[in-house]
Design a protein around this ligand. Sequence first.
Ligand code: SF4
Length: 406
Amino acid sequence: MESVQERMERLGTKEKIATFMQKEKQPYEFKRKYAQIRAEEFASECDGRGLNYHVSVGGLDSIVLYLFLHEICHINAPGVSASTLEDKSIQWVHKALGIINVPPLKREDGTYWTKPRVIQEFGFPVISKEVAGKIELLQNPTEKNKTVRHAIITGETGAYGGWQKNSKMQLKQKWLELFGGYENENEGCDYEKPDFKVSSKCCYYLKEKNCDDWGKEHNSVPYLGLMASEGGRRARSLRMNGCNYFGASTIRSAPFAIFHRQDILQLALEMDALWKEGLKEKYHEKLLKENCLSNSFKMPDSIIPEIYGTIEKKPDGTLYTTKAQRTGCSMCGFGIHIEKRPHRFDLLHESNPKEWDYLMFHMCKDKDGNDYGWAKVLDYIGVGWDPTTIGGNCKGQISLPLDQMV
Ligand code: SF4
């Protein structure tokens, strides 16, 4: 059997990654042009293959992508989103752009999955998708996932993984200490385990599968606002496969793949300026004509959703958002451990104390029927959440570089 390393050699993966990383180091103007060329190539390749295309829209990055494709590249791709999961301010911008809202998957009883239901049933989305997926495997052991569980604890891979010793499959020590306890007996270690479940399934039920299904029904493939610099599970595949990927089971374009946060914020400012110079009225008029808006709908003054605050410049020229750095759903725990306070839960406490209280203490029921929520999970991973401790030398103040997220 060909090992992962042999396969990588055959495909020239190392060279591909090196070339991609060179492009990530280029200046903004290069990347902006590069994104445009890749986006246009993708559209024409899809046209040739008889495929439709759409933009998968969520937070700021993909809102910027939607506007970039429409206004700079003149690619008329509809925007599709599991909008209801997003913060209210993001939903407002989605509505003003005419983004199509796709509901979550349906349960067997015909009702829709909701976040509390998914979390109660499968577990909390916390730390990162990659780490949550690994913890989920540890919490749900089968004969089939035995080798992977061994690799998660020890870093040792089997034949398929090329008999590596310190593979990336291994959880970081910090997470092993807290979540590795499920394998204590098998591996002879002495780690802890929590009394709550962790899972990466939430995205799947609430936004991935339903949006994929929408794509299939409409014979349409997505443009995604992904950037390799954000790290995580997708970074490697973006660096290996490049911006446009036409695979056997996946077809997608990620025109911003080589962007850094600074590039996306720069482009966001550019798109926002267009919005303020007339796009707002153009979209309003168009959506009214198409009966997609009510007459009373008030268009937002900026395409930067309020949850991010505004984009400002530090004295050294670095751009930053004054509130949230990244979003996702209001109750998502991915990346929470690297966010400075006030973090997303603190912001939610400020804007919607009732929802905060529900998410923190009442969202789930334990086996004895007692309520619990995010407070328990955050305590366990050492992230502060008590609003009275913001600003002090409290837990949750740590700020780690992105690569320590996984
Ligand atoms: S972003 Fe987080 S909360 Fe939202 S669907 Fe995905 S895992 Fe769930």
